[in-house]
Design a binder for this molecule. Structure first.
Ligand code: NAP
Length: 334
């Protein structure tokens, strides 16, 4: 039985759900994988809570469900970065917000933890969009980086491309990576105007009050940059993506999709995010309004499609657990 000590930064939808999933899956982890996780420190925007013997997770979950900061149980005014700096642990799991302009706070947390020799599992996208190459270079057997929950949560968007297509030449990657636009475009195909579909998506809680990150294509572009870096090993940046959102789509009763596309052009790749009408026999054309998907076109494996029903934050939390188990496997076999 291997017990890992863990720090968890961010206790919102994803972080808190991770703790709930962990409570639920503890017996499976022990029985099936010979693995136990001891959460010895957590942080939110209010401060930190630590216990070297392992925190009482039910108490943490209860406290956060009552909208209380963990600082009031532990120490206020201490940052997540200080927690990581001052606490020896095997893992940092990060579920802090993604500031797409700066990559913070996850970027500094990941840099520090990897350089200290901690394994890092990110739910947050922005550190990867800003500094994929730097973080990947810090990743090594003793301090591994994983982020399978960061790009579409439970869907193994990146894992399939990285692990299951060895030696392939990947000529094309097509993906529907944003659920908000998928909902809006489906409602528009059923006759709604863009404006009323957006209002409905906001009423359903799938679109933000300010929907621009989703509808203007930037959420998809961020995810596409991570896929390009992680799967194709190209140093793509957000500036490299041609981005057009869905505001001006006129579907005339047809199903459109906001498609993230990476296509091989000569020796390089072209990255774009644009609304398109997919042919009816395209693997992504049959996706419902709550689904996302990615299609890899390769030389030796043909076309591989992965789809997933949107699961909300719990999918990203499950992705974090998947990454922890994967690192456990890798560490055991090395
Ligand atoms: N939600 C999803 O479906 C989903 C899917 C895939 C990936 N992600 C990514 O996962 C991450 C978390 O998403 P979420 O939906 O859980 O966000 P959230 O509900 O807003 O939770 C963010 C958490 O981070 C804490 N926090 C904020 N600033 C902090 C700081 N400087 N130091 C330490 N903690 C800080 C917040 O503290 P308080 O509790 O005190 O406010 C909160 O607990 C994001 O990067 C997001 O992009 C989310």
């Amino acid at each position: 039985m291997k017990t890992y000590t863990v720090l968890l930064t961010g206790l919102g939808h994803v972080g808190l759900n991770f703790l709930r999933i962990l409570r639920q899956k503890e017996p499976v982890l022990t029985r099936q994988y010979g693995l136990a996780l001891k959460i010895i420190g957590v942080a939110d925007s209010s401060g930190i809570l630590t216990d070297p013997d392992g925190l009482d997770l039910d108490r943490v979950i209860d406290h956060k469900e009552q909208k209380q900061g963990v600082g009031t149980l532990g120490q206020t005014g201490i940052s997540a970065l200080q927690l990581v700096n001052d606490t020896a642990a095997d893992f940092l799991l990060d579920a802090t917000p993604s500031d797409l302009r700066t990559g913070q706070p996850g970027l500094d947390l990941a840099r520090l933890a990897l350089s200290q020799g901690k394994h890092v599992v990110l739910a947050s996208k922005s550190p990867l969009v800003h500094a994929y190459g730097e973080l990947a270079a810090l990743s090594r057997p003793a301090a591994q980086l994983r982020f399978s929950g960061a790009v579409c949560g439970a869907m193994p968007t990146v894992n399939v491309g990285r692990r299951d297509l060895p030696a392939a030449a990947i000529t094309r990657i097509e993906a529907i990576l944003n659920s908000t636009t998928q909902v809006i475009l489906t409602l528009m195909a059923q006759g709604s105007s863009y404006e009323s579909a957006l209002v409905e998506a906001q009423r359903l809680g799938v679109a933000e009050p300010d929907p621009s990150l989703d509808v203007d294509g930037w959420d998809t572009a961020n995810k596409l940059v991570i896929v390009a870096n992680a799967v194709l090993n190209i140093p793509a940046r957000l500036d490299d993506v041609v981005v057009r959102g869905i505001r001006s789509v006129e579907p005339h009763g047809e199903q459109w999709a906001l498609l993230g596309l990476i296509e091989r052009v000569g020796e390089g790749y072209r990255l774009s995010v644009e609304p398109v009408r997919l042919p009816s026999d395209h693997p992504l054309a049959r996706l419902g309004k709550d689904e996302m998907g990615i299609v890899y076109t390769t030389d030796i494996y043909g076309q591989i499609a992965v789809t997933s029903a949107k699961q909300g934050p719990a999918g990203a939390s499950a992705g974090m657990l998947r990454d922890v188990i994967d690192i456990h496997h890798t560490s055991q076999s090395s």
